[in-house]
Design a protein around this ligand. Structure first.
Ligand SMILES: [Zn+2]
Length: 201
């Protein structure tokens, strides 16, 4: 996410044309501190090429380079603090980094910002797959113990009976598959596809 020219000018002015982490004065560019966007300078940190490259690959941080953070954590700018905190978290295990983490003061807002995204947003996109809720044919969320109405005659596999349209199934149980629930029809517990169900009250 490149920052706009206006934001970059603001950043250069704010930082005195030096990297806000290590003080280098070459190859400077804005780095957006996720999940804020690039539209405002106070969501961004001005970084040199070295710092930027390191942040793209958080797993191979050069520990010695990041000693510069012992100055950066005292930066008055909120985005700098948040980003410094995230880098330090990646360096946990280094005694000096832990010490700095203890000294750095983040108020509630900043703590929330700092914890709300990893160092590099793209880095853990595969980490968390949010569990899909089980929903009926109308998108209403189904829970264990709910009652549902069958909206279509269903031939039940492995049995000779049909689960008739309009049948109310009480006390359903969710399964690990959000498209299936279990319920008792004609005295037999069967698996029902949620797309043929409507939540009943
Ligand atoms: Zn730098």
């Amino acid at each position: 996410m490149p920052v706009t020219a206006t934001v970059k000018v603001e950043l250069l002015t704010r930082a005195g044309s030096r990297c806000e982490f290590c003080g280098a004065d070459s190859d400077l560019d804005g780095f957006v501190v996720a999940p804020r966007d690039e539209s405002a300078a106070d969501s961004c940190v001005l970084l040199c090429g070295t710092c930027c490259v390191q942040l793209q690959t958080p797993k191979s941080l050069d520990v010695n380079h990041w000693r510069c953070l012992s100055d950066a954590v005292w930066n008055e700018n909120r985005a700098v603090k948040v980003l410094a905190w995230r880098v330090l978290r990646c360096l946990k295990g280094q005694a000096w980094a832990n010490e700095l983490l203890e000294q750095i003061y983040l108020d509630e807002d900043l703590q929330e910002w700092a914890s709300s995204a990893p160092l590099i947003a793209a880095d853990d996109s595969s980490d968390e797959v949010s569990a899909k809720p089980t929903v009926d044919s109308n998108g209403a969320v189904l829970e264990n113990g709910d009652a549902v109405c069958i909206i279509k005659d269903l031939n039940v596999k492995g049995t000779t009976f049909t689960a008739k349209r309009g049948t109310i199934v009480r006390n359903i149980r969710l399964t690990s598959n959000p498209e299936h629930v279990e319920g008792r029809v004609n005295g037999t517990v069967i698996v029902l596809k949620t797309c043929f169900l409507k939540k009943s009250t």
